[in-house]
Ligand binder design. Structure first.
Ligand code: PLP
Length: 403
């Protein structure tokens, strides 16, 4: 039962759960590596676009058509590049041409954009598919908003533990789907552990899930993926009418504070779930910023920044490995240290949860990371200097000479 007291009547199921908790910043904050934010300041083109937009006495057009068109066009280009690269790698020009001909371009009708981020689209989608009689299946640990999504609709969350390697247990997830399941959430790369779902695993999973159950593939970190075997949701959209792919401007594009998420799905899905969204939730500032981020100049700079972050990710993984830690494949802008890896430290053991103890020790040095009690610690890849700082603090925690 909850100890919350209120002056009004509140539904007990709402009182019973704590709200989403954001990490607290220590007073001596040196590096904030706790929310997978982009360490770079906003792009010049973005700042200029925001400064240029002044018509805030007006509502922006609710359907944000231009933004949806640009998102669709950008994604079509990305798919073309992806297919050409794959075809070139295969070395068979006939197959390459066939693959390109099979590409079905997206239109604005395939795209949905919502303010308050892709997390708002998650709420919309669960609200539209799940009522009190329904459940939704999700991996755990994963994005910390997932368990909360069912609270207001009264739907039951069914968390399915990850494998020991921090990957989705897709066999168990398929088995968890029953007649009452309204939705399945998949996260690739998985936040907080890092591995992607492979295309082969995904296709196999989709065959085992009833075709009228919505499957949401949350690709918040898609831009950071370097593993060619990873699933690419949009390329499969036309194969699976029950698939919804979610993306965000918060991570690679560095617009977390402006709150803008988007998704790809069949137009019929977006039309059907539209009553479950807050009307006109995209604000004019984030619309202007997103259009600028999608410009040629914006994209060029973002691509370069992502490449740098991917290099730093490799540095962090290498450093942690040299300290004797085994970490799962890191495919987002973050690296995961499993709890068991931290439990071996000389000071560990007893009452204190190792991820909590490790995070507290780093926080004392001004480095903020995100502990998941009992599971592990997630460290965001950020400023260049944050990497040696994390490695030195980790060496100290492990009782090793600093590297
Ligand atoms: C950060 C994150 C989101 C939310 O992004 P917003 O667009 O900022 O709401 C969604 N899913 C996952 C897995 C994330 O890590």
């Amino acid at each position: 039962m909850s100890s919350k007291t209120t002056p009004i009547k509140i539904r007990p199921e709402v009182l019973a759960v704590p709200g989403y908790k954001q990490g607290q910043a220590p007073a001596n904050l040196g590096y904030k590596l706790s929310s997978n934010e982009n360490p770079y300041p906003p792009l010049r083109v973005v700042l200029d676009a925001i400064a240029d937009r002044t018509d805030f006495n007006r509502y922006t057009a609710a359907d944000v058509t231009k933004l949806r068109e640009n998102i669709a066009a950008t994604e079509n280009e990305r798919q073309l590049c992806r297919q050409s690269t794959a075809a070139a790698r295969g070395g068979n020009p006939l197959r390459a041409v066939a693959a390109l001909q099979q590409l079905k371009p997206l239109s604005a009708a395939n795209v949905h954009v919502l303010g308050a981020g892709s997390v708002a689209i998650l709420y919309q989608l669960i609200g539209a598919t799940c009522g009190p009689a329904n459940n939704y299946v999700y991996p755990w640990p994963s994005f910390e908003a997932y368990p909360l999504l069912g609270t207001v609709p009264g739907a039951t969350g069914k968390p399915v533990p990850l494998t020991a390697a921090g990957r989705h247990d897709l066999t168990a997830m398929a088995a968890a789907v029953d007649d009452a399941t309204g939705a399945v959430l998949l996260c690739s790369p998985n936040n907080p552990t890092g591995p992607t779902i492979t295309a082969a695993e995904f296709k196999d999973f989709m065959q085992r899930v009833p075709h009228d159950v919505m499957v949401v593939l949350d690709e918040a970190y898609a831009e950071f993926v370097t593993d060619a075997a990873a699933v690419d949701g949009v390329s499969l959209l036309h194969n699976y009418p029950n698939l919804v792919v979610l993306r965000t401007f918060a991570k690679a594009q560095g617009l977390a504070g402006l709150r803008l998420g988007y998704g790809f799905a069949a137009p019929e899905i977006w039309a059907a779930v539209s009553p479950a969204a807050i009307p006109m939730s995209v604000n004019a500032l984030s619309e202007a910023a997103a259009l600028a981020a999608l410009s040629d100049e914006g994209q060029r700079e973002i691509t370069a920044r992502v490449a740098t972050l991917v290099q730093r990710r490799a540095e962090l993984v290498r450093g942690l490995t040299q300290l004797g830690l085994t970490v799962p494949a890191a495919q987002g802008n973050f690296v995961w240290i499993p709890a068991a890896q931290l439990a071996a430290a000389p000071g560990a053991g007893g009452e204190v949860d190792p991820p909590t103890a490790y995070a507290a020790q780093l926080a004392a040095q001004g480095i903020l990371v995100r502990p998941f009690a009992g599971h592990g610690v997630r460290i965001s890849v950020a400023e260049a200097e944050s990497i040696p700082a994390v490695l030195a603090a980790t060496a100290t925690y492990l009782g090793q000479e600093s590297v």
